[in-house]
Design a protein around this ligand. Structure first.
Ligand code: CP
Ligand code: NVA
Length: 303
């Protein structure tokens, strides 16, 4: 089986661009190998006796469960930390929590409201820190997404990935991973909701026309219009995102064998039609499963 890359040991992942193309490739290759081992029920206890702390300041299903099960399958243990108990930044500073937790565990996964909280945590932690979603980035999702695309499509370099909707955390990380791996990426977002990195390059482009973006695409990806914490601006956003839903008609602009992707949870009838989400081109539950395999490779590489 592929060995974790030595240069990754002890590192943090706050965003995709923390890693080089070669490092991402090594994590993805290990993830494919670990998935095969898991399916064959072969032992792969690469983290025997290691512990991961999980701090989730926002709701989660996939992230929490896949990290916990992943540590178990690798022979280690995951400790769920209740944010209401540690009250990071109130009862104790982020720096002190980071330094304390680092004395007990071999790595920390954090989901936080603000990306800078994870940055501050990582500056003081003495063990690897993994971003389990912030307002700006969702790197673990992007790793699982590429794993899923690789399972469905043979050649990454000739692909066109089209993201339609809110230029949010999921979009930022997908854009970054496509950029680093050299995959052609186009985002169609309403004006004012473009991703953080708006600099065009050979492989990355932007438009506000979903049909133009979807034209000839191999992958159509969307995410919720109202991310966690944005509930107060729901009314305004629903107006501004009219015309940005993924419908059968939009899917028909893409290649005939295009797949539909969504990080989940999804809102049927808003960002995606029920028939697309439940259709035969939808790979959304493969993406959910691949969170497990991608993160196990990440954990085995960093911890
Ligand atoms: N996609 C994703 O991160 O799901 P959860 O919010 O359920 O963890
Ligand atoms: N953009 C969404 C992703 C959820 C996994 C959010 O931040 O709520």
């Amino acid at each position: 089986m592929e060995k974790p890359l030595e240069s990754l040991r002890g590192r943090d992942i706050l965003r995709i661009t923390d890693f080089s193309r070669q490092e991402l490739r090594s994590i993805l290759d290990l993830a494919h190998a670990l998935k095969r081992k898991q399916k064959a029920r072969e032992a792969h206890r690469l983290l025997e006796g290691r512990a991961l702390a999980m701090i989730l300041e926002k709701p989660s299903s996939r992230t929490r469960i896949s990290f916990e099960v992943g540590m178990f399958q690798l022979g280690g243990h995951a400790v769920m930390i209740n944010p209401a108990e540690i009250r990071m930044g109130e009862r104790e500073s982020v720096a002190d929590v980071a330094r304390t937790i680092s004395r007990y565990v071999d790595g920390v996964m954090i989901r936080s409201n603000y990306h800078w909280t994870i940055e501050e945590f990582s500056q003081h932690a003495t063990v690897p820190v993994i971003n389990g979603l912030s307002d700006h980035h969702h790197p673990c999702q992007a790793l699982a997404d590429i794993l899923t695309i690789e399972e469905r499509k043979s050649n990454l370099t000739n692909l066109k990935v089209c993201y339609v909707g809110d230029g949010n955390n999921v979009c930022n990380s997908l854009l970054e991973i496509c950029g680093v791996l050299g995959i052609s990426f186009v985002a169609a977002c309403p004006t004012g909701y473009e991703p953080l990195l708006r600099r065009k390059s050979k492989a990355i482009s932007f438009t506000s026309d979903p049909r133009e973006a979807a034209d000839g695409a191999d992958v159509i990806y969307t995410d919720v219009w109202i991310s966690m914490g944005q509930e107060s601006i729901t009314g305004r956003k629903l107006q501004e995102f009219l015309g940005f839903a993924v419908t059968p008609e939009l899917m028909s602009c893409a290649k005939p064998d295009a797949i539909f992707m969504h990080c989940l949870p999804a809102h049927r009838g808003l960002e995606v039609d029920e028939s697309v989400l439940e259709g035969e081109d939808s790979v959304v539950f493969d993406q959910a499963e691949n969170r497990l395999h991608a993160q196990k490779a990440l954990l085995a590489s960093l911890l």
